[in-house]
Design a protein around this ligand. Structure first.
Ligand code: SAM
Length: 286
């Protein structure tokens, strides 16, 4: 048997995942990152930034559907959406499926991620960069929200982990500006790590966010690529009822939007707010 090169993720100390690499497609220092794209048997093409796995062809739909359709359908009439990060295009692809959305601003720090993902992961964006509703801004997300004045109904932070360039997207200042940019009853969501391995992310986010909104909680999804258990997404809004819609109402909105999904279902949407006791305790003790 021929030995294949192995790619070891470096995100967690002393625990991790590796991939057998069929083929390295791209490996370069970009303006912000060490960007690697390689082919695997197990999960198709994989992208890593600074050694942390960001997305894979096979399971990206879980993350992108849950980070997009939960807030958009819970809001019910979102017209203006802000995406922070998201350079692989997967969130944008899901947002453009909502014909009720009139304007999308996406702020990504590194143009090379967008360009390389368009080349190597075309199904992630699936042509969404050509959508006339999109305003793509290449800038740091915190810099952008500091000076922005236009308001949004939903803000989705599809960010890297809170180290390096992504760290500012977990700061109080970022959350405060996002709250200022939300319309009444707008909803902010962001990837918030895997709490079994990244417990601090839950308590830090609650401490930094809770004074800005009436409701700061989390919902979760199991994404194989983000190892260590379920991933959580922070949910922040003044609309305390938004997370408690009956499944029948979510189903009506889902059908009205004409969505076709592979992971997201209205029942999963509602159930995703049920948190394990150890996560509830992290939230309560923050
Ligand atoms: N799903 C992944 C995860 O859970 O780790 C993250 C996806 S990846 C598309 C995150 C994107 O955020 C990258 O394209 C990265 O360049 C971008 N990003 C990181 N820090 C940023 C910042 N300060 N401002 C804007 N975009 C940023």
């Amino acid at each position: 048997m021929q030995n294949k090169a192995l790619y070891y993720e470096t995100l967690h100390q002393g625990y991790g995942q590796y991939f057998e690499v069929e083929n390295i497609l791209f490996e370069q220092r970009t303006e912000q990152w060490h960007l690697s794209i390689f082919e695997t048997q197990a999960l198709g093409k994989v992208m890593a930034l600074n050694g942390a796995i960001q997305t894979t062809e096979r399971d990206e739909f879980i993350y992108h559907e849950m980070l997009t359709h939960v807030p958009l359908l819970a809001h019910g009439s979102a017209k203006r959406v802000l995406i922070i990060g998201g350079g692989d295009g997967g969130i944008l692809r899901e947002v453009v499926k909502h014909s009720s959305v009139e304007a999308i601003t996406m702020v990504e720090i590194d143009a090379a991620v967008v360009e390389m993902c368009k080349s190597y992961f075309p199904a992630h964006s699936n042509g969404a960069y050509d959508d006339p509703r999109l305003n793509l801004v290449i800038n740091d997300g915190l810099e952008y929200v500091r000076t922005a004045t236009e308001k949004f109904d939903v803000i989705i932070s599809d960010c890297t982990d809170p180290v390096g360039p992504g760290e500012v997207l977990f700061s109080s200042e970022f959350y405060e500006h996002c709250k200022r940019l939300l319309n009444d009853n707008g909803i902010f969501v962001a990837q918030n790590g895997v709490p079994f391995l990244q417990q601090d992310e839950i308590s830090n986010t609650v401490r930094r966010m809770h004074s800005y909104v009436n409701d700061c909680t989390f919902y979760q999804a199991a994404v194989p690529t983000y190892i260590g258990g379920c991933m959580t997404f922070v949910w922040a809004t003044d609309d305390v009822d938004a997370k408690q819609l009956p499944v029948a109402e979510i189903t009506t909105r889902f059908k009205r939007a004409g969505l076709v999904t592979r992971y997201y279902t209205p029942a999963l949407h509602q159930a995703s707010f049920a948190l394990p006791a150890y996560v509830q305790q992290l939230v309560a003790s923050a």
